[in-house]
Design a protein around this ligand. Structure first.
Ligand code: NDP
Length: 369
């Protein structure tokens, strides 16, 4: 694609604005009325707890069902996203800028002193806009941080489904595309099945809502994590049976480690006496789990996620580094995040954390790192 046609493809049309706003309207309206498990978030420094309605899975299945009906009735083109990928990207990017400027202004005007809404203003506008000034801003009763991460994960699936429709239309569907679609769809559905675990993750409890997070959720997750799918649309890969089986194994091992580690921590936080792998857990200082995956490395969950990310790219073979963007990016992100989380935990748990580090010396990959 030359420069002029790239600019044309990036120029937003009213159709892409409509697609994006309809998606957000659906998530806001249906997400507010659909019943779901009520989950109390972590306790904030002022003792308050945010209540999250974890209805993401129902919301997603209903959305896909409604879109399916729309496609069957010829009201919606299944390839609308795949055909307008670049302009949807630029509309979402512009939306992220506008919404975070509004968040900045609303935060500055807020007089709320509760710990999740008290604005942290450094005086440096770029810094405050980029990192955000409030931890958990709300709009019309909706927790915006939870809303945006949900939109990003669902957007990723919608993009992939549209890519799948395009490959069916082009008659180019092959094993690579099927494996990629299966792995990512499973990962996203699983994410929403365990949506309540999200309420205790770093982004929700520690990161303020600014451009960095909104851009990450709305633009980065759906558009760059689907690079493999876009790439497979225009590149043919001959995957051997052995390679496909090895690919499935990487996915399965990654999933077991990722889900197992996150589940063990989540269960431990609810009930510190719950059995881990059938045995009473080893607990350090009454607060830190040192059994199961958390006794093998301090962030085994990151290892599982990295294996999963690799499994999403392996269907693309080894002819190009482009489809490996996601695992490479995630590797850098999680190494950096592990260091930040380590600093946070060291500050929070002090000597207990030091004891945990002595007991579990490995950060992510046992015996290597
Ligand atoms: P974690 O879920 O690992 O949460 C870290 C927190 O858990 C710590 O701050 C601490 O918080 C608590 N903790 C750490 N060690 C222990 C322990 N031994 N016992 C009890 N509590 C402990 O981090 P993230 O939120 O970063 O990651 C969650 C998942 O999301 C991961 O699987 C990660 O791979 C994935 N992820 C995916 C990304 C992507 O782009 N695909 C990006 C980022 C994350 P506390 O104060 O509560 O004790």
């Amino acid at each position: 694609m030359d420069f002029a046609s790239t600019i044309t493809a990036l120029t937003p049309s009213w159709i892409s604005v409509f697609v994006l706003l309809s998606f957000f309207a659906y998530l806001a309206i249906v997400g507010s009325v659909l019943l779901g498990k009520l989950v109390a978030g972590v306790t904030l420094p002022d003792g308050a707890q945010i209540q999250y309605t974890c209805n993401g899975l129902k919301l997603l299945i209903l959305l896909v069902g409604l879109l399916g009906i729309g496609v069957a009735l010829n009201l919606i083109s299944p390839t609308v996203i795949a055909n307008r990928g670049l302009e949807l990207l630029s509309v979402t990017f512009l939306f992220s800028i506008v919404v975070t400027l509004l968040l900045y202004v609303a935060g500055c005007m807020s007089r709320d002193q509760s710990s999740s809404l008290k604005p942290h203003i450094s005086g440096n506008f770029i810094h405050d806009w980029w990192f955000g000034i409030q931890l958990n801003p709300h709009f019309a009763g909706i927790d915006l941080k939870f809303f945006f991460v949900r939109a990003g994960m669902m957007g990723w699936l919608l993009i992939n489904l549209s890519i799948l429709a395009k490959s069916l239309q082009d008659k180019s569907l092959d094993t690579s595309m099927i494996l990629y679609q299966l792995f990512v769809s499973f990962y996203i559905l699983d994410y929403f099945f365990y949506e309540e675990y999200m309420t205790s993750t770093w982004d929700i409890i520690a990161e303020r809502l600014g451009f960095m997070l909104v851009f990450g959720d709305l633009v980065w997750i759906p558009f760059t994590f689907s690079i493999q799918g876009w790439w497979l649309l225009s590149n043919k890969v001959e995957l051997t049976t052995a390679a496909a089986i090895a690919n499935c194994l990487v996915f399965l091992i990654g999933y077991c480690v990722f889900r197992g580690a996150n589940k063990q921590k989540h269960i431990f936080k609810k009930n510190p006496k719950a059995l881990i792998w059938g045995r009473p857990p080893k607990v350090i200082g009454g607060k830190l789990l040192a059994s199961g995956y958390w006794g093998m490395a301090r962030h085994c969950n990151y290892l599982g996620d990295l294996l999963l990310a690799l499994s999403f790219s392996l269907p693309c073979g080894a002819s190009s580094p482009v489809p490996y963007f996601y695992p490479i990016y995630l590797f850098i992100l999680l190494i950096w995040r592990e260091r930040r989380d380590e600093a946070r935990c060291s500050e929070k748990y002090k000597e207990i954390w030091a004891e945990y580090c002595k007991f579990v010396p490995w950060r992510i990959l046992p015996y290597v790192y």
